[in-house]
Ligand binder design. Structure first.
Ligand code: BGC
Ligand code: BGC
Length: 730
């Protein structure tokens, strides 16, 4: 097999090889039915017709007929008949849209996440896609950053579990045989989630320890699961843009981690080495990117215009080009494209599979698991006997898919109104918009809202951010609900009626002006195609909230970044023992409004005293910590029992809590479960001052509980065999 690729490589001219390293968007290509190629975009970018004919891959293309058409035309023009690789952003669904990844994270259910990726892959594959630019596994701590909606949150352990699950779901077990799967491309390598001030594309500057401890594990997990490709990030890492960063891409990714798949730049990121200020011109950008190890340049022409000359001058070894091209060809071979360039593209199956009932049912199920109940003072679940006023800009809106749902259609999405109307009699459901997402309601809209509210027993407010308020290049400095909606809340509050707020949004919000004004808050995120149906299931108690936050909700933006796995500092603030010279604010609490791991249910759970099997462990004798959890409330419910650990005296400072394990359990009223976790020495390892990965002998705390704040504490020691002369703590 490899021999065939090598022989193909030998037949390729240098220009043909370099063109394999070019990726262009769909408008550059024409189908077999069309006459000629599209010249407008080519002239603009300065690539030739021949370079497009030899290009290795296309971006943003899908639809079985169009893919077949373009692939056939490409094969007609391409001297050696090398098929195009079709890549697209299938991030949280293709046409059946699932909740945004941040919401999926809140399900704490990697199996369902895997299922969602499997469905996304199937829909994409039958419409001709070969590779998805997903999963996005950037760890996030700053809700101002619009792209937090694409991540599963702030925890490296949980993010890694989801990274693996998404890769398994997209790729399946065998990409050659299983043409209902697509190759995954993990992004954005690396640490894009740490952009300063939460502003997109901004500087990232982290210590290597921060990188390794928090930011890198999820990318590594995706690769350990067999992820085929890696996409670079837009940001700098230690002063060097990721797309030209030899340490990151060659030393870490290729040499240390042994990754041998393809690396693609993010959109335009090779040429962006110029404005970043590390390349004087396109030629230098090409030189730096190819030497760093970027195999495919997305949407800029630095490679096709300059690499040949750089090779001829002897500035770039042809070996680097050959390696890059081989990686691209290997992926094409793995996808079976040489034998079957049309692969899964099938208009007939596309009609049957895409957006089918079965897929939408999974989306609905996942949406119910992704919503997080943040507050509930005895109003939820609603009863069908109540008269309900559904008010707000999201009452009837289909804008609940979130960013990266380019094939999804808002018209096909089930709105909250539709979801609720299917469950309750029309006469009991009054609906009004009240105001726009960002625009004040007209006199008439407000009158209508007040009239509906007056007649109702309970008000359901449908509030949030429109989907353009998060996602790429959509950062906000003020993360409260827009003023128009805060005013609507104030007006309705005067009626003193039980009020539930349902939030549709893509980031943790500052909930001032909302949380204290209403009786219940359900965070629905952007829940996807079946969002309104899923939320209605929850509101009426036909499904029960079980989501838990995977990203802290700040008390206010002034705390940001605020995250649970922080360090203690030398002067920690102890709320019960006030002191002036400690790490705190004068005007707001240190704690987030809602912590990592938090979420309510329709019932109550009581934790017994956790027990440790012993108070000492060794490298080969693990411990067990167990706890009894009882459903003490009136309804069934799901609890996420969480295990955190803290190393009290490390070689370097250690987080005050680190999630190490969790169990999601389902209990009937009165039912008790015994939950047991094993703690082994491996789980206590971390990067020491010399970056070796090891554990420390000494004292640890272990916490078991319902979230990162309210967890009972126990202690144990790790003892290690000592050599003569070693101090006790080694
Ligand atoms: C985004 C990537 C995406 C790429 C291709 C870029 O702007 O940062 O996440 O995969 O475009 O659409
Ligand atoms: C301050 C120092 C100061 C020292 C002695 C500390 O609390 O941080 O700046 O010099 O007290 O007054």
């Amino acid at each position: 097999m490899e021999e065939q690729l090598l022989s193909l490589l030998r037949q390729m001219t240098l220009d043909e090889k370099i063109a394999q390293m070019l990726q262009l968007a769909t408008p550059f290509f024409k189908g077999a039915d069309d006459e000629g190629m599209i010249t407008g975009p080519m002239a603009q970018m300065g690539v030739s017709e021949q370079q497009v004919q030899n290009a290795g891959s296309v971006l943003g293309l899908s639809g079985a007929r169009q893919v077949i058409n373009i692939q056939q035309a490409h094969l007609n023009h391409n001297r050696l008949g090398i098929p195009l690789l079709v890549m697209s952003d299938i991030v949280h669904g293709f046409k059946t849209i699932f909740p945004v990844p941040l919401a999926i994270g809140c399900s704490w259910d990697p199996e369902l996440a895997e299922k969602s990726a499997e469905i996304a892959a199937r829909e994409a594959a039958v419409s001709g896609v070969h590779v998805t630019y997903a999963p996005m596994v950037d760890l996030v701590r700053d809700p101002r950053w619009g792209r937090v909606m694409e991540s599963t949150g702030e925890d490296p352990y949980l993010n890694s579990l989801f990274a693996r699950a998404f890769v398994r779901g997209f790729q399946g077990k065998n990409l050659t045989e299983d043409t209902d799967r697509v190759a995954a491309c993990v992004k954005h390598f690396a640490a894009y989630g740490a952009v300063e001030a939460g502003r997109d594309y901004n500087t990232v500057d982290l210590s290597e320890r921060q990188l390794r401890e928090y930011y890198l594990p999820a990318y590594k997990a995706a690769l350990d699961e067999g992820c085929e490709m890696v996409m670079t990030s837009f940001n700098t890492v230690d002063g060097i843009p990721a797309s030209g960063n030899r340490w990151l891409l060659r030393k870490l990714l290729r040499e240390e981690w042994g990754f041998d798949g393809g690396v693609i730049s993010d959109w335009g990121a090779v040429k962006e080495l110029i404005p970043h200020g590390v390349a004087a011109d396109e030629a230098e950008a090409a030189y730096k990117a190819v030497r760093a190890g970027v195999d495919i340049e997305m949407m800029t022409p630095c490679y096709v215009r300059h690499l040949a000359k750089l090779v001829e001058n002897g500035d770039v070894e042809e070996r680097l080009i050959d390696e890059a091209v081989l990686r691209i060809l290997r992926l094409k071979q793995k996808l079976g494209l040489f034998e079957n360039p049309l692969r899964g593209a099938d208009p007939q199956r596309e009609r049957e599979v895409v957006f089918c009932e079965a897929h939408r049912a999974v989306s609905r199920g996942l949406a119910t698991k992704s919503c997080v109940l943040l507050k509930n003072d005895n109003v939820l679940p609603l009863s069908k006997e109540q008269r309900i006023a559904l008010i707000g800009p999201f009452a009837r809106s289909g804008d609940i898919l979130g960013a990266w749902s380019w094939q999804g259609s808002q018209e096909d999405a089930v709105s909250l109104y539709e979801g609720m109307a299917s469950k309750t009699e029309a006469s009991r459901l009054l609906v009004a918009e009240g105001c726009g997402v960002e625009t004040r309601g007209t006199e008439e809209q407000r009158r209508e809202a007040l009239a509906a509210a007056r007649e109702a027993d309970v008000i359901v407010l449908a509030l949030g951010e429109h989907s353009g308020m998060s996602g790429e290049a959509s950062c906000r400095a003020d993360i409260r609900l827009p003023q128009a909606q805060l005013e609507l809340i104030q007006e309705l509050k005067l009626l003193n009626k039980p009020t539930v707020a349902v939030l549709f949004n893509g980031r943790p919000l500052d909930l001032h002006g909302l949380v204290d004004e209403v009786d219940a808050v359900l965070e629905a995120w952007f829940p996807g195609s079946e969002g309104g149906a899923a939320v209605a299931d929850l509101l009426f108690g036909e499904a029960r909230p079980s989501g838990r936050l995977t990203m802290s909700f700040p008390y206010s933006v002034g705390q940001v970044p605020v995250y649970y796995n922080a360090y203690n500092t030398g002067r920690p603030h102890v709320p019960d023992a006030p002191d002036h010279y400690v790490s705190k604010y004068l005007d707001i609490p240190n704690e987030p409004l809602f912590p990592f791991g938090f979420g309510l249910t329709y019932t109550t759970f009581e934790y017994g005293e956790p027990r440790l099997s012993a108070d000492e462990m060794t490298e080969d004798r693990p411990l067990t910590v167990s706890v009894r959890v009882t459903n003490t409330g009136p309804l069934p419910g799901e609890e996420v029992v969480q295990l955190y650990i803290r190393d009290l005296a490390g070689d370097v400072v250690r987080p005050i809590k680190e999630l190490k394990d969790f169990r999601k359990i389902s209990l009937e009223p009165g039912e008790t479960a015994e939950v047991a976790f094993t703690i082994s020495e491996r789980q206590l390892r971390y990067y020491h001052s010399d970056l070796t990965y090891a554990s420390d002998a000494g004292e640890f705390r272990v916490y078991v509980g319902p979230n990162s704040r309210d967890a009972a504490e126990l202690r144990f020691r790790l003892t290690k065999k000592r050599e003569a002369g070693d101090p006790a703590w080694q």
